[in-house]
Design a protein around this ligand. Structure first.
Ligand SMILES: [Fe+2]
Length: 200
């Protein structure tokens, strides 16, 4: 673990605990979770030190953290661990978001935690965090890597073009490869951590 900071290790441990705590309710998500956290026992390369950047939407972070800190089980610790690494993160917008009509461009931000521009880079796992302002819908999207979200601050989630469904703090969202999915913030900001298994 020579390259990994204590704060990043704390975050990874808290994320693993939060996912394991829900294993009984999400059995189909456990194989990818096991692959991800087994791989993360070895640290990757230190990420390029890009300057950390916040976007205006990040003003919603404190409200989202307050929601996470009232969550179940290990979610308050995960929230605190995220808050501890957040000053080092580089918040960005989704590619081409300026071309999407409505409030999405100004109303969202993503930050890579593990992956290009993040705190560690590697070929097997990508991990990050998404923040969505109240009343904003993220465009539906899909991608080949299997994905597991942990909800910190509640909101609505869609999979497979089914109706949006409310997810509470601590709930998981497991996206199988190429499934259409998205999320929408209700009256409070939505904050969630995502992990992707990107190895072949
Ligand atoms: Fe996704």
């Amino acid at each position: 673990m020579a390259n990994r900071t204590a704060n990043l290790q704390r975050f990874i441990g808290a994320l693993e605990s939060s996912i394991q705590a829900r294993a009984a309710q999400y059995p189909a998500a456990m194989p990818v979770a096991t692959r991800i956290f087994t791989a993360l026992k070895n640290s990757g390369a230190v990420g390029e030190t890009a300057p950390s950047t916040r976007l205006p939407v990040c003003d919603h972070l404190d409200t989202a953290y307050n929601q996470g800190r009232t969550g179940p089980g290990g979610i308050p610790e995960l929230t605190d661990a995220l808050a501890a690494i957040e000053p080092a993160l580089n918040w960005t917008r989704r590619d081409n978001s300026a071309q999407i009509a409505g409030n999405f461009h100004e109303g969202h931000a993503n930050a890579m935690i593990i992956g290009k521009g993040g705190l560690e880079t590697r070929e097997d796992v990508r991990m990050g965090v998404s923040l969505i302002a109240p009343g904003v819908l993220y465009p539906r999207h899909r991608h080949p890597p299997e994905e597991l979200y942990v909800v910190l601050s509640p909101g609505e989630w869609m999979q497979n073009d089914n109706p949006l469904a409310f997810k509470k703090s601590g709930d998981l969202v497991h996206n199988t490869p190429n499934i259409w999915h998205t999320m929408a913030a209700t009256k409070t900001p939505l904050l969630a951590v995502w992990s992707l298994w990107i190895a072949p």
